[in-house]
Design a protein around this ligand. Structure first.
Ligand SMILES: *Cc1c(COP(=O)(O)O)cnc(C)c1O
Length: 453
């Protein structure tokens, strides 16, 4: 299987190359050149355990990996989850089910991709003997999940930028209380978008990339997207075959990675009815689906901090399909957007998507309503998914984080604060973080200095 860049100026690469590069050299994002047709596999796949399904799915893409190595990477990744189903579907009404994606080691859905990605990197280093430097930006959960997936792995040094003071205290502890020697959490002045911009600029410096063997753990990495496609497929295969024809997946969204992973299955002939993009008050995607205008505004910190994003990197992957795989058009839109901070689509049709937005005024009351009506406790990100959700239609709501990660919001919602032993155990460890300038030069020199240690 070959992987191509959305911007069309990079050579196609194999799976392991796409994984180790993250971003394509031309600044685009990797996508499979062609898509397998999964429709013939539904019957035989619907009884598979989570890791078995993941293996069958990945085999179709990771064609340059030894299949027993791949299987081992996948099995070990999902052994670290605290429930056997890995991604349980929990009914809360006769129409609604919650897909719980927070049973991994850092209690957010990002563990699905990053536990696996850590193992894929490790396998690659064992094969090539070349060490890797991982660079990422986080609004909280990616950093925690990346660090958990990569901590102590041989040949990998991990540098994660995050906006100082803008991630939750528990998220910060997850990143800074690892007591490891290969992990560097970098607290920067600024927002997540500033951190992401610096990461992208450093990735654009091809000689630096080459020099340190740079790879990305942000959801620009295709392996993350594919790993997330698996739980949509797992859930969809478990739905009642009649009901699922009208079932929507409701997805709390920031960078568009998670919901795109689901939508990608429609390219593989999995007939998923609809995806509903649920944003917080940073609603660039809601406005896009509502009006056809993609326009930046300022990031406004919210109660759902992992969705405090304006530049949704993965939108470029959808754009590639909206532009009918014409990479010149993708470049044109991305350029215009880069210069003007906005782009208006003529005759915008986002087939298969709807959207909603929940502001900070609404999040605590959405949490209370879901608790009172269905006796189910949601975290502030998942709460956004319940905004204007029609009880008459079947929905699968993706629960992206465990409520215990965001205790402060429950005081506002007047609900007893949930706890987690995983998080409590962090309180006895001394945090270790580094302050660096957010400009690419400062970050580059910090990396070089640490690699030389
Ligand atoms: C990262 C994250 C999101 C947003 O996911 P995207 O892939 O960026 O759209 C939503 N909820 C939680 C809890 C997250 O950690």
């Amino acid at each position: 299987m070959e992987f191509i860049s959305t911007r069309g100026f990079s050579d196609s690469v194999s799976f392991t190359e796409a994984v180790s590069q993250g971003l394509a050299p031309d600044g685009g994002l990797y996508l499979p050149r062609e898509f397998p047709d999964l429709s013939g596999s539904f019957d035989s796949w619907k009884t598979l355990a989570y890791d078995e399904l993941c293996f069958e799915f990945f085999k179709l893409f990771a064609t340059d990996m030894d299949s027993s190595v791949l299987q081992d990477c996948i099995q070990r990744a999902y052994q670290n989850f605290s429930v056997d189903e890995v991604a349980p579907l929990v009914p809360i009404t006769d129409k609604w089910q919650v897909l719980e994606l927070f049973h991994g080691p850092t209690l957010a859905f990002k563990d699905f991709a990053l536990q696996l990605l850590g193992n894929l990197y490790e396998a690659q280093i064992a094969r090539t003997g070349k060490s890797l430097t991982i660079l990422g930006a986080t609004s909280g959960d990616t950093g925690a999940a990346a660090i958990s997936g990569l901590v102590g792995k041989k040949g990998v040094e991990v540098f994660i930028l995050y906006p100082d003071g803008k991630v939750s205290p528990l998220q910060e502890r997850q990143m800074t209380c690892t007591e490891s020697t290969n992990v560097y959490p970098l607290a920067i002045e600024g927002t997540f978008d500033d951190a992401q911009k610096t990461v992208k600029e450093i990735f654009a410096d091809l000689s630096f990339r080459e020099e340190v063997g740079l790879s990305a753990v942000n959801s620009i990495n295709l392996a993350r997207i594919l790993a997330q496609s698996v739980y949509y497929l797992y859930a969809w295969l478990r739905l009642d075959p009649v009901l699922r024809q009208t079932t929507s997946f409701i997805v709390p969204t920031g960078n568009f990675g998670n919901v795109f992973a689901g939508w990608l299955l429609t390219k593989m002939n999995v007939p998923i009815h609809e995806f509903r993009v649920a944003t917080n008050q940073n609603d660039v995607l809601h406005r896009l689906f509502d009006t056809g205008e993609y326009s930046l505004s300022k990031v406004c910190p919210s109660l759902a901090p992992s969705m405090d994003i304006q530049v949704a990197s993965n939108f470029e992957r959808l754009l590639y399909f909206m532009m009918e795989q014409d990479t010149a058009k993708v470049r044109e839109v991305m350029n215009a957007f880069g210069h003007q901070g906005r782009y208006s689509f003529k005759d915008f049709t986002a087939g298969g998507f709807s959207s909603c937005r929940a502001s900070d005024d609404e999040i605590p009351s959405l949490i209370s309503q879901v608790w009172e009506n269905y006796h189910y406790l949601v975290d502030p990100h998942t709460a956004c998914a319940f905004k204007d959700l029609d009880p008459r239609f079947p929905s699968v709501i993706l629960a992206t984080a465990h409520p215990a990660k965001f205790p402060s919001v429950y005081e506002k919602a007047k609900i007893e604060i949930p706890t987690s032993s995983i998080l409590e155990s962090l309180l006895s460890i001394k945090p270790n973080k580094y302050k660096v300038g957010v400009d690419p030069d400062s970050v580059r020199s910090f990396i070089l200095q640490k690699l030389a240690k």
